[in-house]
Design a protein around this ligand. Structure first.
Ligand code: ATP
Ligand code: MG
Length: 446
């Protein structure tokens, strides 16, 4: 019977043969964040809807069009559309901001947005994100951008451009909003309905509208950089200086305002042109007002989020290396019940040593078992039959070269296997030229 219930539109499955790609990104992301002093934080998949209304902002696409909100009895909850709100809520609720500053957290989470599904745009997607709270220095902005750049490099990604901008503080933005209102008012009837409303409430949001007509009108709009106050302007200049010092190439793009309302001063995006229209793999910036807005003390903070599906699209496209998926170290081909029981016993001891061991569970004949061992790419095989059992030894076969080694089937079996296994590894290392990239970074942990 055909399966007639399919996964919802805009969601994806990850099956075992592809999961190593996710593990690669997750491991390198964690290692990189931790090497910059960030610790992992975990928080709920859903939060009170109010949290997102107050942080993401009522005039954003996310809040106006994309949230999955449910009524549960009397309470209204929303599946998180992004990570910052929940991470900051959790930092506040757990008193992290009363401890030594800066507080640095990272997370790998699923996010939910009701968008039109297409390549790189899903309804359930995953973010690697991080937040740093407590520092108002542009050195913190440079640090966070540098972390993102380091991670993209370690993943082996190329041709990703960094765009930066400053959208100022509430003081410089007030003046800018007035100028924008005047500019867009001249085009009021051409703007989409949402933007006509934004014209009054939050004209800067129009710059982020996805409608081609609004985008065309926004092309000639005044730019925020001309309206920055002295403090914001200095902050931006200092950040540029630090990025240059760190050897990080950037482009100033005054059109970047980011899709969430909480940003102040620095905003940035890492963008690729290689996966079509959905090319922003990382977006972030400073949000100095958010923590106070959520009921904490006035604490400057900043962060970024990377879309993991988009990272993987680019990695696939560019043929980046992934961690090698774990393969079967040894397959026991068995004949008869006694041999099967021996294979169980030997597998148990090997697994305690950390090896990946398998034996037949399909009642197959010897030939079919060997075919299976080949198919799964087992590094070694060992045939066990009555003869081997009565002699107490068997031939361990290395599958690539076909070399065979006698091995005793006693309680030193796992140790003896380990010796043969290490010799094989040494052999491979001597014949293969060293991989300078991913594998050496992983410290051989593959
Ligand atoms: P976009 O302009 O592409 O809609 P955004 O500004 O809405 O992006 P952010 O809220 O900044 O995105 O989210 C951070 C990152 O999460 C994005 O840069 C992107 O890589 C990823 N992302 C956002 N929305 C989606 C989605 N619907 N599907 C897959 N990844 C997404
Ligand atoms: Mg979006």
């Amino acid at each position: 019977m055909a399966l007639n219930i399919k996964r919802p539109n805009g969601t994806e499955d990850v099956i075992p043969k592809n999961v190593h790609k996710w593990h690669t990104v997750e491991k390198i992301a964690r290692d990189t964040a931790e090497s910059f002093g960030f610790g992992e934080i975990r928080f709920p998949t859903f939060e009170s809807t109010d949290l997102f209304l107050r942080s993401v902002g009522e005039t954003t696409d996310v809040v106006q069009k994309e949230m999955y909100t449910v009524m549960a009895k009397e309470s209204k909850f929303t599946l998180r559309p992004e990570g910052t709100a929940g991470a900051i809520r959790s930092m506040l609720q757990n008193g992290l901001l009363n401890e030594a500053l800066p507080q640095r957290v990272y997370y790998i989470v699923s996010c939910f947005r009701h968008e039109r599904p297409q390549a790189g745009r899903l309804r359930e997607f995953h973010q690697f994100g991080l937040e740093m709270a407590g520092s108002s220095s542009p050195a913190a902005d440079a640090e966070v951008i540098s972390l993102a750049q380091t991670l993209l490099n370690r993943l082996g990604l190329k041709n990703i451009k960094l765009y930066i901008n400053s959208i100022g503080c509430p003081a410089c933005r007030a003046k800018y909003h007035d100028t924008l209102r005047t500019y867009f008012s001249a085009h009021k009837t051409e703007l989409c309905e949402t933007c006509q409303d934004r014209l009054i409430k939050n004209p800067m949001r129009i710059l982020d509208c996805k409608s081609p007509i609004c985008q065309e009108i926004a092309k000639d709009a005044p730019i925020i950089l001309d309206y920055l106050c002295e403090e914001c302007s200095n902050h931006f200049e200092n950040l540029k200086g630090y990025l240059t010092k760190l050897g990080i190439e950037y482009n100033v793009n005054p059109k970047i305002v980011r899709g969430l309302d909480y940003y102040t001063k620095t905003v940035f995006e890492f963008v690729t042109t290689e996966i079509g229209a959905q090319g922003t793999v990382c977006g972030g910036g400073r949000y100095d007002g958010l923590i106070e807005q959520l009921g904490g003390q006035n604490t400057p903070a900043l962060g970024f989020a990377m879309g993991i599906e988009r990272l993987l699209l680019v990695m696939d496209k560019q043929g980046c290396d992934y961690l090698t998926p774990k393969k079967c170290d040894i397959y026991f081909a068995t004949m008869g019940d006694a041999a099967l029981e021996k294979a169980m016993e030997l597998s148990k001891s090997l697994r305690e040593y950390g090896y990946f061991a398998e034996y037949d569970m399909m009642n197959r004949g010897l030939k079919a078992q060997m075919k299976y061992a080949n198919k799964i790419g087992a590094a070694f095989t060992l045939v066990l039959g009555d003869n081997e059992l009565s002699e107490g030894k068997a031939k361990l076969k290395e599958m690539e070269k076909g070399e065979e080694t006698q091995i005793a089937l006693d309680d030193k079996f796992a140790a003896a296997f380990e010796e043969v296994y290490f010799n094989k590894i040494m052999d491979v290392m001597e014949t293969e030229s060293g991989d300078g990239g991913l594998l050496s970074f992983m410290g051989g942990d593959k």
